[in-house]
Ligand binder design. Sequence first.
Ligand code: BGC
Length: 763
Amino acid sequence: MLIARVLTFVGAILLSNATFGQNKSLSTPEIEAQIEEDLANMSLQEKVGQTCQITLDVLLKKDAEGKLIEPVEIDPAKVQEAIVQYGVGSVLNVGWKTITLEEWEGVMDGVHAPFNDKETKAPILYGIDAIHGVNYTVGGTLFPQEIGLAATWNPGLAMQFGQATAYETRASGVHWNFSPVLDLGRQPLWSRTFETLGEDPFLVSEMGKAIVCGYQGDGGINSEHVAACMKHFVGYSNPSSGRDRTPAWIPEKYMHELYLPPFKAAVEEGALTVMINSGVVNGIPGHENYELLTEILKNEWGFEGFAVSDWEDFIMLHTVHRTAADLKEGIINAINAGVDMSMVPLAPQYQEYCKLALEAVEEGSISEERLNDAVRRILRVKYIVGLYEKRMNQAKKYDDFGSEQMHQLALESALESITLLENDGVLPLNKNQKVLVTGPTSDNLIYLNGAWTHTWQGDNPLFNTEGRLSVREAMEVYLGEGNVLFSQGAELYLDEGFEASKLSDTEDFKAKAAQSDVIVLCLGEFPCTEKPGDIRSLNLDAAQLELAKMAYATGKPVVLVMIEGRPRIIRDIVDDASAIVQAYLPGDFGGEALTQLLFGDANFSGKLPYTYQKYDGQIEFYDHPRSVSRHKANHFYAFDPQWEFGYGLSYTTFEYSNLQIDKSTIEEGDSIIVTLDVTNTGDREGKEVVQLYIRDHYASMTPAVKSLKAFEKVTLGAKDKKSVKFVIATEDLQFFGKDGEWISEPGMFSAIIETLTADFELK
Ligand code: BGC
């Protein structure tokens, strides 16, 4: 039972760096033999159908005006055409909003009917974007978005998030989750930064593996698990313009040292599927990159699952990227590069896809061997997730769907993610104070959740989860309505597709500020993702800055809470704040978590998973080369963030001492043990993330000033001391050299933890 496991798990692993499986293969000789038998019995057309994915809308009943009927209902004639006649192998998504468990059951009955009735030889694999919990099922549990999960620096918690989400996804009858995003968050303008696990490849790898393990199970997939999907292979997150699906230029060194490692780690964890980058890297569309898809992912890393395209991307090779002269050439290029399934996903495009792909195989432009390889991979995943077994998706068997334990886990995740950046002593707030809650993100769940919540863009409050609380509501429940004043302050909206804001009733704001003892000012962003989420500047907009200045002018202490998916620049409003809190997009339990933290019922332990930038013209990351941060004393110094990667305060204080290494020289293949003591020097319990960085002193290619190589989150009672141990292998000292190979070079290295350093030599 999930919950029993969750509870033991909390005790056992929550605060340690769990070790996840290495090079897991989830297939068996029996499955492989069965696949060969199935392949031998399939026609070319049936095989092509397996590589075709359509969106659910294509199969739903519509009214005379073409609008979806509600509650959603499968149209058997459309199923007959797509799944039986064309042999379509996969379906994705929801109509356009969250549906109920009962509606899901009807959908699943409809899409599985042809296989259950033996009209098709392979079952449908259904995929969905349950990226921060089950966001398309009414009553599903909504966790912080990935960027917040990363800020917990707690792989045990990330794994539990994965388990809970897999469980609720299966309760909805779905076997495949398009998650986790393993793209590196190194372009803060990019609208999907909140979907990433931050800027550092090691942090992303550790948290990503943990999520995959939670989704797929540690000992194999059962009826509480789903297939994971690593997204979006690779380099999608770094568009030069900052705008979604525009080109990225990534040097080979950075591709290997930064962007590829999280995917490699997830492949080793056994991740079953991968979704391809919709953009173009170094002039080559992600969907045509043979070297990355076939040579590296499949051949070098031994990835045994399948690669699905992103939305309409075979078509876009022709219509947008212009590397294919027509639709058929797009299909040929993508499949030959190594993409196994096309998210076509609309009608009549899917019929066209099936026709053209079949023609391409018949004329030899795509070999039958390549088609077989794609289908083999798709069937393998279908067998592994249990689709050929008796269906186990009836809602009644998943009694913990949306249960109190699930809610506790989501609350715990939000509590561990929210990060305290400044505090002059105003926090924790006093329960006898009168609080003014204000700001555009303070009074609606849509701001706490962001996109991929009930709808794609997550901006429609009509679908907010019943019973969950905004920041204002959570404060009112906590303090009693009479002790909380509310003024909107400012509003966020879209103006010709771009975010905009305006001040609300300023007189109301001033009058209520005058009656309050402290102001909790919630600023941030309008929910959005992908191209609709494009912005033109990282600076926070003028009206929100003005509202902050109005708040400071009242003379009351101001607690600034940033509810946002990326580090928007707030340089001009930092100094006058009494406290600053980074909430990220904390999910349905964010209001409650924030309230508990602000009033000191819980302690802050989140740490920034990204560099919080101070200037939009100077975007640098913590692992920059030395040239970026020389001459600290003058303006040559180009690394000047608002707050550094890994930073976050607590209500208690920690002291680091006694850093030791077990040897001062090591040889290739050897490892070094680093130990230190951490003491809680304050008077309340707290959790601290101990972070180990390595600095290479000299190398044949300019090294980073430091790189994260290990971390562990520890809990310490007041005045408690703990010893923490890390093991560094010589592999951790390697870099991607001039000859295109990972190499080690002899020389001096430093192990750095907080302000402590120990040097050692690689012989
Ligand atoms: C997004 C993917 C998502 C897919 C299916 C695409 O537009 O880029 O991340 O999984 O749609 O919804």
